[in-house]
Write a protein that binds this ligand. Structure first.
Ligand SMILES: [Zn+2]
Length: 117
């Protein structure tokens, strides 16, 4: 995993935002995959091949989610996933202002009224 010298400076924040947007697109894809798998399982006879496939597809969604998150959604300064479920919660996870581990800026030009990205 590439490390960036400027510990979460402006460039780091910009790069993190790029990653975050790519990551969010993946999340949408996984949601679709899970929904399709669940639908296949729901419309197939229990125990049948379609049901098994549907369950497997739906179950692989969260696994892919964790995999891609741990791979791409990282702080550029400390290389850790900026997750802090205690305290600020999921909103901070989806669009963190700073890394909860090292405090590096993950969002640039934080200004009032600019929170809805
Ligand atoms: Zn960090």
């Amino acid at each position: 995993m590439a490390r960036y010298g400027a510990a979460g400076g402006a460039d780091g924040a910009e790069e993190f935002q790029r990653r975050r947007k790519a990551w969010l697109r993946h999340m949408v894809l996984f949601a679709v995959v899970i929904a399709l798998g669940a639908r296949l399982a729901a419309t197939s006879a229990a125990g049948g091949l379609g049901f098994t496939l549907g369950v497997l597809i739906a179950a692989s969604g969260p696994a892919l989610f964790v995999f891609v998150t741990s791979l791409t959604y990282r702080c550029l300064a400390c290389d850790r996933v900026p997750v802090a479920l205690s305290g600020a919660g999921w909103a901070a996870l989806l669009n963190p202002t700073a890394c909860p581990h090292c405090g590096a800026a993950l969002r640039r030009g934080k200004q009032p009224g600019e929170e809805t990205d």
